[in-house]
Design a protein around this ligand. Structure first.
Ligand code: FAD
Length: 617
């Protein structure tokens, strides 16, 4: 064991960012105190009881590759797994699982304990600043706590205000106090801050739902795990229900829009457009007379159901009215009304690429406080912020995550350069290198970095090395010999008799070729483990696209200086969303480089702009 300088890290907040921050710092050998308002709420999921999804599944895998807590906790608590975008290529597939809330919380709390993290239940009300540097925090009960670095992960709690219809009250989330003193202190430091909002649906009593009348949705028959270390779900698997809103539901909501906190003018912050409330959906997509609602049980022994798709800030009475207009929910009872929450965030452009506040060294920010939304985005930032905080306290250099090595790099780059105007969530479309940044290879991309930094434990390190050895052996077996088209045809692979010869790996990369066919042909291939064959299959499919990806990225880079004339009508550009057209119209970028900096502009959007420019030539 090499000697490491004693490092004291304080993490404020026991949400998804805070837990990963504390865990990463502890794995790196730092002495960690996690100060949080409520010990029992560590690992609580404020909203949807699910981990992963499109873009988010990639982040979970990256967190896991760095030995984070989220993936393993999710596999300890997952009760319904679905690989989203299953019919599309692996690059855009999103592993997702629904959690048993109580099991998830228990798994996270067990991980915190196993990391030897000191948990202090208290409120941080101020920062200790010495010579322009943060050197600790001030708490209400434990006084001043000093540290080499502080990671602030206060989520939706800073100046949080809960809205239910016209009712407004202070709160960090339902049933918990807001963090007002700290919000005031951050504002007094002159940090650039704003307000954002998000919402959650009413929770329903499970036994008040007419399940028999509803479509049932089972999980995948072959669940895809969230952690590289898991083999199978630990918990019993359940079915969800599916229902739909209807014209009566929409009528009730439309008639009461003025009662909605989001529409009455009570909320000033912007909400997530891609995670709209039911009020938003009905106003923005007025032509649709039905929206899908997934009924997701919140646990195996929990009588609560999360109706995914009807988040709201209407009054409790109107919520009950519209819920009961939905098929299968005619007698539904609401156990907790839906609500919206408005909170302070710090403009992430005030951060450097390590997530440290440029104006206040010693203080790192991670999670919802940086304008993001989602457990996975929070977890990724927490982990990274703590890794940088530890390295900085030890004066050790650390490689910056980049857009080409990880979604974490994309997330940080987007946040610190573009800022946010609405809660930021991850999408695969944000990553220009998405063909190589797949969820399935997150460990191959990031675990070696984690090992070098000491954030990966010996258990994962040896599992990873064993996996690499199996993959190498697989590549050797499949790459050893070449086969003619005639031989390939003998196992059903359709190929022209062009005289060329291909290795097993090359055959695997051809369209419609199945692993079984290659195993029939290549001696020793069927002895390879199924997961190794599946991974080599994915690699083979993508091998030929990677060059093209690099060419596209290089081309986009070379076109950065292309000017955008003032009279270009963004509204007329095919392939841009209405939101993006509006953002571009307002920003009036004068070049491709400046268009790239507009929030929400993806590589695909830049290509659409370039195409429009070319069609004018
Ligand atoms: P949190 O999970 O909020 O954790 C913050 C932690 O900080 C808490 O443990 C709290 O106790 C602690 N804390 C705060 N202030 C102090 C202090 N002064 N001293 C000590 N401890 C403190 N995400 C989505 O992806 N989609 C959604 O639709 C969605 N809807 C949401 C709806 C609601 C109503 C809420 C509340 C959240 C929603 N979220 C949604 C967001 C999701 O919950 C967050 O993105 C995620 O929890 C953020 O993680 P975090 O670690 O940044 O903060």
């Amino acid at each position: 064991m090499f000697h490491v300088k004693h490092t004291k890290i304080i993490v404020v907040g026991g949400g998804h960012a805070g837990v990963e921050a504390a865990g990463a710092a502890a794995r790196m050998g730092a002495d960690v105190s996690l100060v949080t308002l409520n010990k029992a709420a560590i690992g609580a999921m404020s909203c949807n009881p699910a981990i992963g999804g499109l873009g988010k599944g990639h982040l979970v895998r990256e967190v896991d590759a760095l030995d984070g807590i989220m993936g393993r906790a999710a596999d300890a608590a997952g009760i319904h797994y679905r690989l989203l975008n299953r019919s599309k290529g692996p690059a855009v597939q999103g592993p997702r699982a629904q959690m048993d809330r109580a099991l998830y919380r228990a798994a996270v709390q067990a991980a915190v304990a196993a990391h030897g993290i000191e948990v202090i239940e208290d409120q941080v009300v101020d920062l200790c600043v010495q010579d322009g540097r943060v050197v600790g925090v001030v708490t209400t009960q434990h006084g001043d706590l000093s540290a080499d670095a502080v990671v602030l992960t206060t989520g939706t709690f800073l100046g949080g205000v809960i809205h239910i219809g016209r009712e407004m009250r202070s709160g960090g989330r339902m049933g918990e106090d807001a963090s007002s003193a700290l919000a005031k202190r951050l504002r007094s430091l002159g940090l650039p801050m704003g307000r954002l909002k998000t919402g959650t649906p009413p929770r329903l009593r499970k036994d008040s739902i007419d399940w028999d009348s509803l479509e049932s949705q089972p999980g995948d028959s072959e669940p895809v795990m969230l952690s590289f270390l898991s083999k199978a779900p630990a918990a019993r698997q359940i079915h969800c229900g599916i229902t739909h809103t209807n014209s009566k539901t929409h009528e009730i909501i439309r008639a009461n829009l003025a009662e909605s906190a989001m529409y009455s003018g009570n909320i000033t912050g912007s909400g997530p457009r891609y995670c709209p409330s039911i009020e938003d959906k009905i106003s923005r997509f007025a032509d649709k007379d039905s929206h899908q609602v997934f009924l997701e049980p919140e646990g195996l022994n929990d009588n609560t159901v999360y109706p995914n798709g009807i988040s709201t800030s209407l009054s409790a009475e109107v919520q009950l009215d519209y819920v009961r207009s939905i098929a299968g929910l005619e007698r539904a009872e609401i156990v907790q009304p839906g609500y919206a929450i408005e909170y302070d965030y710090v403009d992430p452009r005030a951060l450097d690429a390590t997530l440290q506040l440029k104006a206040l060294p010693g203080l790192w920010l991670a999670g919802q406080i940086n304008g993001t939304t989602g457990y996975e985005e929070a977890a990724a930032q927490g982990l990274v912020a703590a890794m940088f905080a530890v390295c900085s306290a030890r004066d050790e250099p650390m490689e910056i995550f980049s857009r080409s090595n990880s979604y974490i790099g994309v997330l940080i780059d987007d946040l610190i350069h573009r800022g946010v105007t609405e809660p930021y969530r991850m999408f695969t479309s944000r990553a220009e290198f998405r063909l190589s940044l797949r969820a399935d290879n997150a460990d191959q991309r990031l675990t070696p970095i984690g090992v070098d930094l000491g954030v990966v434990t010996a258990e994962r390190h040896s599992a990873f090395e064993a996996k690499l050895r199996s993959l190498d052996e697989g590549r050797r077996v499949l790459g050893r010999d070449t086969y003619s088209s005639k031989e390939a045809r003998s196992v059903g692979i359709e190929l022209a008799l062009d005289g060329s010869k291909r290795t097993g790996l090359e055959l695997l990369g051809l369209p419609k070729v199945e692993i079984g066919q290659v195993c029939e042909l290549v001696e020793g291939a069927s002895d390879l483990p199924a997961d190794v064959l599946a991974q080599l299959h994915r690699e083979a499919i993508y091998a030929k696209y990677l060059e093209r990806q690099q060419r596209d990225v290089d081309r986009l880079r070379s076109e950065e200086t292309t000017e955008i004339p003032r009279d270009l009508d963004f509204a007329a550009i095919h392939g841009l969303s209405a939101e993006l057209k509006e953002k571009l119209r307002k920003a009036q970028p004068t070049s491709i480089a400046s268009a790239r900096k507009v929030e929400g502009v993806t590589p695909a959007a830049l290509n659409a702009i370039l195409l429009a420019l070319r069609s004018r030539e």
